[in-house]
Design a protein around this ligand. Structure first.
Ligand code: IPM
Ligand code: MG
Length: 360
């Protein structure tokens, strides 16, 4: 098969980790007789430097003309980078939110899996880590507080900031359907996370999720308040299969979930629209403190590329091969700095990529 991949390497460690994912994709292409054509695009800080804006119409058009988008990370040090002296709508993050909206990527899939080889890196008690966990956070990505009207203004002489949290029935329904569809291919359990004891948007969320659940009688549905969910994630993460939640709750809970896997450098993500099109990126940020030093962990980006093969290209064997290669390299004892433990062999970003490619 021939597939067109838009590549946004981005800022910080982005270029290093994406280069390794492309190395692995090239090995997949060679082994399975595919061709991947890459178009490199700018977004975030790199686009600000080149074009004065974090996202251009050209980048959006080129993404739309591709079969999928592979992304690294965007943004810099918020305290020191000149990008953060710009108005909020011209900063790197505005590019990321803009591309999510422009491509209609409403469903963000963040799988959180504790690899048995990395159980030692899990910060939870041994008795909890021993049970392992394997969950998927389905985060709504184009609604809620992130995209509601916002303003800061003086009202009756008092500076006041307003953010609005809006969800329509249709927005809730389509993400709920995605969650139940994915649950059908997993352990058939959905935990819907909300704050229905306080928020109207959550009460509508709960009502619509209950309606969608009727179409999936094989799936067990439970509702959980977001504060309790944060607690349950560290108390008993094994209880979760698919967790579906609105944009902001998903942002927060997915960082928490990533931490208990040992390192955010292990977590891939896929952002999808209604079709097979998706944008694939690691869940972690641009880590400007270690950028350009060959220290970053490329595994999350490589696993994101595997999700691209699976969800956008229907290349199941190829995706399995990448995931198996990652496990093999961990079994062989190779570790980047973030997941290093005694008795293992420390390698840099480029070597980790080469090792994984060599195992395909
Ligand atoms: C994420 C990030 C982004 C978000 C930031 C960079 C805007 O934290 O993808 O989780 O909040 O969505
Ligand atoms: Mg986040």
């Amino acid at each position: 098969m021939i597939k067109k991949i838009a590549v946004i390497k981005g800022d910080g460690i982005g270029p290093e980790i994406v280069t390794e994912a492309m190395k692995v994709l090239d090995k997949v292409a060679e082994k399975y007789g595919h061709r991947f054509d890459y178009t490199q695009l700018l977004m975030g800080g790199a686009s600000i430097d080149a074009n004065g804006v974090p996202l251009t119409d050209e980048t959006i058009a080129a993404c739309k003309a591709s079969d999928a988008v592979l992304m690294g990370s965007i943004g810099g040090d918020t305290n020191t980078s000149p990008w953060y002296k710009l108005p909020a709508n011209l900063r790197p993050e505005a590019g990321l939110l803009g591309i999510r909206k422009a491509l209609g990527l409403f469903a963000n899939l963040r799988p959180c899996l504790l690899y048995k080889q990395l159980a030692g890196a899990c910060p939870l008690k041994e008795s909890i880590a021993a049970k392992g966990f394997d969950m998927l956070i389905m985060r709504e990505l184009t609604g809620g507080l992130y995209f509601g009207e916002r303003k800061t203004e003086e009202i009756n002489g008092v500076m006041t900031a307003i953010d609005t949290l809006t969800y329509t029935e249709a927005e809730i329904r389509r993400i709920a359907v995605k969650a139940f569809e994915v649950a059908m291919k997993r352990r058939k359990k959905v935990t819907s996370v909300d704050k229905a004891n306080v928020l109207d948007s959550s009460r509508l969320w709960r009502k619509v999720v209950n309606e969608v659940a009727k179409e999936y009688p094989e799936v067990t549905l439970e509702h959980m308040l977001v504060d309790n969910s944060a607690m349950q994630l560290v108390k008993d993460p094994a209880q979760f299969d698919v967790m579906v939640t609105e944009n902001m709750f998903g942002d927060i809970l997915s960082d928490e979930a990533s931490m208990i896997t040992g390192s955010i450098g292990m977590l891939p993500s896929a952002s999808m629209n209604e079709t097979k099109f998706g944008l694939y990126e690691p869940s972690g940020g641009s880590a400007p403190d270690i950028a350009g030093q060959d220290k970053a962990n490329p595994i999350a980006t490589i696993l994101s590329a595997a999700m691209m093969l699976r969800y956008s290209f229907d290349m199941t064997d190829e995706a399995d091969a990448v995931e198996t290669a990652v496990e093999a390299v961990l079994d062989q004892g190779y570790r980047t700095g973030d997941i290093m433990s005694e008795g293992c062999t420390k390698v840099g970003c480029a070597e980790m990529g080469s090792l994984i490619a060599a195992n395909i």
